[in-house]
Write a protein of this length. Structure first.
Length: 483
C-alpha cells in the first residue's frame, strides 16, 4: 500500500508591519470619527427636541399669563370673552417659519394668522379635531409637511359655553435635515481626515521602521565572510536601541569569526612543519632498531611540540571570550611569594625577589600566575646558567604591577612590539625553543584584565617585562579600593 506524500500548504505571506501600523491607526481614526459623529448627531437631536419643547412651553406660558391677567394690553380693557382674548394674543404672535399657531372657539371655529405657513392646520379638520379632542395637552402628529410637535392651551370664560383653545405646532423635519447636513459634513471631513491620517501614518511608519528594514537587509547580506556591515543609529528611541543591539551582536559575531579564522590560520601555519617532519620520518622508517628508535624519538618530540602549540592556540582563542577572566580579591603579598617559589624551579639562575607589593586587589590569580611564569620562562631562555633574574610586585592607588627582569641580551627597539605577536620568536628566535606564543599569551592575559604589558629594554643590558593591571572590577567601573 502506497501513500501519497502530504502536500505542504503554502504559507500565507505575512502583512508588512508598515501596512499593519497604518491599518490599526486608520481603524482607530475611523472608530473615533464615527463615534464622534454619532455622539454629535444624538446631541443635536436632543438639542432640537429640547428647543422645540422649550418654544412650545414658552408659547403656552405667555398665553396663560395673558388669560390670567384678562386685560387687553393694547386697550387696557378687560376681554369681553374667550374669543377676544385668543384673537388678541394670536395677532401679537411673531412665530418661526416652522411654527403654526391658531385659535379655536366653538362659535367661530379656527382663527388663523394671515401669513404663509408650512402647513395650514386650521384647514385640515382631520388633523385639527383629534388635537382639540386629545385629553393630553401636547403630542406629536404626522402631517403632509412632516412631523409636527404641538401643544394646546384650553381657556374658558365665566359665561356658559364661553370657551376656546390655542394650538401651537412646530415642524421639526427642517431642523433634522440641517442636522443631517451637518453630520454629512462631519463624515466628509472625517473621511478626508482619514485619508490624510493614512498618508501620515504611511510616512511616519516608514520613518519609524526604516532602521528595522536596515536590520533586515543587513541580516540578509551578512555572511561569515563579511561581517563589516553596520546600521547607522539615529535617535535615542527603542528602534535606535534595537539598531545598537544589532550592531553589538554583529561586533560579537565578527570577533568570534575573526578568532576562529585566526585560530585556523595560526594552527595551519604552525602545525604544518611538525606534521611534515613526522610524515618524513615515518616514510623513511626502516628495520634498523637504532634508526627506528631515533625516528620515534623525533616524532614524539614533534608531537609534544604540536600538543603545546594547540594548547597555546586554544588559550589565545579563549582569551577573547567573556568568561576567560574570573576576578576575585587576591592578596598581592601572598601571590608574589608563591610566584617566587614557583619560578625558582624553572632554571638554574640566581633568582632574587626585588620588591613585594602589599594589599588586596581584584584580579585573576591563576591567569596572572600563568603570565608571570611565562615571563620567567622567557627570561630563562634568554639568559645563561648563573645569571640573575629579578621578580617583584608593587601596588599603587590605581594599578597592581608584576615584573620579571633579566640581564640578558635585551630586545632591540624595532622588535619591542613585534615580539608580542603570535609565532614571532624575536631576532634570536631561530635557535630558541617554543612556537613564539608565550609573550602573546602574556599580553592576552593582561588585556583580558584591562591591563597591559610594558617592556623596558636596551640591547646588551637585559629586559624588564611588567604586567600592569588596574584595580577595577571592570573597565570604566567603580574602583575596588586597595586594602
Amino acid at each position: 500500500m502506497t501513500t501519497e506524500p502530504r502536500r505542504r500548504r503554502p504559507r500565507m505571506r505575512a502583512v508588512p508591519a508598515r501596512i499593519r501600523i497604518m491599518g490599526w491607526l486608520l481603524l482607530l481614526v475611523a472608530v473615533v470619527t464615527v463615534s464622534t459623529t454619532l455622539v454629535t448627531y444624538n446631541l443635536l437631536l436632543r438639542e432640537v427636541d429640547s428647543d422645540v419643547n422649550a418654544a412650545l412651553e414658552q408659547e403656552a406660558a405667555e398665553l396663560g399669563q395673558v388669560l390670567a391677567e384678562g386685560v387687553d394690553r393694547a386697550t387696557g380693557q378687560p376681554f369681553p370673552d374667550v374669543r377676544s382674548a385668543l384673537s388678541a394674543h394670536l395677532r401679537r404672535q411673531y412665530v418661526d417659519d416652522d411654527e403654526v399657531v391658531l385659535a379655536w372657539t366653538p362659535s367661530s371655529g379656527p382663527i388663523l394668522q394671515d401669513r404663509e405657513e408650512p402647513f395650514r392646520l386650521g384647514e385640515s379638520p382631520g388633523l385639527l379635531n383629534p388635537i382639540l379632542a386629545d385629553p393630553a395637552r401636547s403630542g406629536t402628529v404626522e402631517t403632509p409637511a412632516g412631523e409636527m410637535r404641538w401643544i394646546r392651551v384650553d381657556a374658558s370664560g365665566t359665561r356658559e359655553g364661553d370657551r376656546g383653545s390655542f394650538v401651537v405646532g412646530y415642524f421639526v423635519d427642517r431642523d433634522r435635515a440641517e442636522i443631517a447636513t451637518t453630520v454629512r459634513t462631519l463624515l466628509f471631513v472625517g473621511l478626508l481626515g482619514l485619508v490624510l491620517a493614512g498618508a501620515a501614518a504611511w510616512l511616519v511608519a516608514g520613518q519609524i521602521l526604516a532602521p528595522v528594514r536596515l536590520v533586515r537587509r543587513a541580516a540578509a547580506e551578512i555572511t561569515e565572510h563579511d561581517l563589516t556591515r553596520r546600521i547607522p543609529v539615529d535617535g535615542r528611541d527603542d528602534v535606535a536601541a534595537l539598531a545598537e543591539q544589532f550592531n553589538a551582536m554583529l561586533d560579537r559575531l565578527d570577533l568570534a569569526f575573526a578568532t576562529q579564522r585566526r585560530f585556523l590560520d595560526d594552527a595551519g601555519h604552525e602545525l604544518r612543519t611538525p606534521i611534515t617532519i613526522v610524515l618524513g620520518h615515518l616514510e623513511l622508517l626502516d628495520d634498523d632498531p637504532v634508526a627506528r628508535a631515533e625516528a620515534i624519538r623525533l616524532c614524539v618530540d614533534e608531537l609534544d611540540r604540536m600538543n603545546r602549540i594547540v594548547g597555546d592556540l586554544l588559550l589565545l582563542a579563549k582569551a577573547e571570550q567573556p568568561d576567560f577572566i574570573a576576578l576575585a580579591p587576591t592578596d598581592v603579598t601572598e601571590l608574589t611569594s608563591d610566584l617566587y617559589a614557583k619560578v625558582r624551579t624553572i632554571g638554574d639562575r640566581r633568582w632574587r625577589l626585588e620588591a613585594l607589593g602589599e594589599g588586596q586587589v581584584p584580579l585573576d590569580e591563576q591567569r596572572t600566575t600563568q603570565a608571570v611564569v611565562q615571563l620567567a620562562q622567557n627570561a630563562v631562555q634568554h639568559t645563561e646558567d648563573g645569571d640573575e633574574i629579578l621578580i617583584g610586585s608593587a601596588v599603587s592607588e590605581d594599578t597592581v604591577s608584576f615584573w620579571v627582569a633579566d640581564h640578558g641580551p635585551g630586545v632591540p627597539r624595532e622588535d619591542a612590539e613585534r615580539i608580542f605577536q603570535r609565532f614571532d620568536r624575536g631576532p634570536s628566535g631561530g635557535h630558541r625553543s617554543g612556537a613564539g606564543l608565550g609573550l602573546a599569551i602574556v599580553r592576552a592575559i593582561a588585556e583580558a584584565q584591562h591591563g597591559l604589558v610594558r617592556l623596558e629594554s636596551a640591547p646588551g643590558h637585559g629586559a624588564r617585562f611588567t604586567i600592569e593591571i588596574p584595580v577595577h572590577p571592570a573597565e570604566g567601573g567603580t574602583p575596588w579600593p586597595v586594602s
